[in-house]
Design a protein around this ligand. Sequence first.
Ligand code: PLP
Length: 408
Amino acid sequence: AFQADVVPQAPEDPLFGLMAAFRRDTDPKKVDLGIGAYRDDNAKPWVLPVVKMADDRLRNDPNLNHEYLPIAGLADFTAASQKLILGGDSPAIKEKRVTSLQTISGTGAVHLGALFLAKFYKLNTKRTVYFSNPTWPNHFQIFSNVGLPNQTYPYFSKETRGLDFEGMINTLQNADEGSIIVLHACAHNPTGVDPTQEQWKKIAEVVRAKKHFPFFDTAYQGFASGDLARDGWAIRYFLEQDFEMCIAQSYAKNFGLYGERAGCFHFVTSPSPDAQSTVTRVASQLSILQRSEISNPPAYGARIASLVLNDPKLFAQWEEDLRTMSGRIIEMRKALRGKLEELGTPGTWNHITDQIGMFSFTGLSETQVMKLREDSHVYMTKNGRISMAGLNTHNIDYFAKAVDKAVR
Ligand code: PLP
């Protein structure tokens, strides 16, 4: 019989453990570079002005109620989400080759896709899922939980602190035909290293030649460069190449809607006379999976995002807010690199400005990371990843000096 006393203790989630350690630290100089959430120049959470506007509008709507959403979520939201990521004039939308469900943010979208593949993916019997090394650690848990085995492809080069493109391509080439390849659409977490457009084209070639199945995780559209189309480029390129694919889309970062859990899962099938019927069948199965897991998704965050995505004025304000966030992060990258070079800190620091998005893989060792925590009250994950959003004009000098001290 099942006895709860045999359940072993699970390790604490490293990131949430780090947050707890930061909160316990009473030193006024402490710096939080752990969690991937945007902070303003005063290290405070930022409610996007456009979200405030949408929120005010929603709250004043006398017709707003708290009824259930449909199983697939708010239709205005999922339709707008398709346009946002696939492109407004995408043939996949016109040809009805895509089906979309609102999910519990990006995590829920990755999970729904993983669950769907675990049940229906038949291209090869091993069904190995390939992640970049490193990747968002939750990928391992989510895909393992649904019983799909995983491996990794090389991604980050410790020497260049850039992409190990050759290693990546070789592994994808040597993987069993029909493997599932998880790709970060932009602003790779945790490294901040993205393939160039030329490299994406080559990746697409190998994925096609080996009949692999691409699964895009997009959690930072608009957040990386400040330009929604540019950050969606890789996915749109794969679409132009007529790939069948899954897309997990999060609105946590680009709307600052972290706790509202707004996200979307898309399944796109390739052009064929059967495409519409395929999508209809896929949609019917996804609907059953969604029903058994969450019944229907939460309404509030999706309503906010939907208002913004469907209103040209609000949309323009959102683009401005995205430029504010990405612009501040890019400024911090420049400032940090500049200060480290000025201090003559041993090592090269060009990777700080070469990398993109919320995170930077500093190349600091675990010992240096621990030293920074103990000596300077600076908190970052053990792999040397820093959240650029945790830096601001008030703490960047302090941080640069602390790094300088730790690496000498
Ligand atoms: N995928 C990647 C690569 C991420 O970095 C994140 C968030 O950190 C997510 C997915 C999902 O986040 P959420 O569930 O908060 O949307």
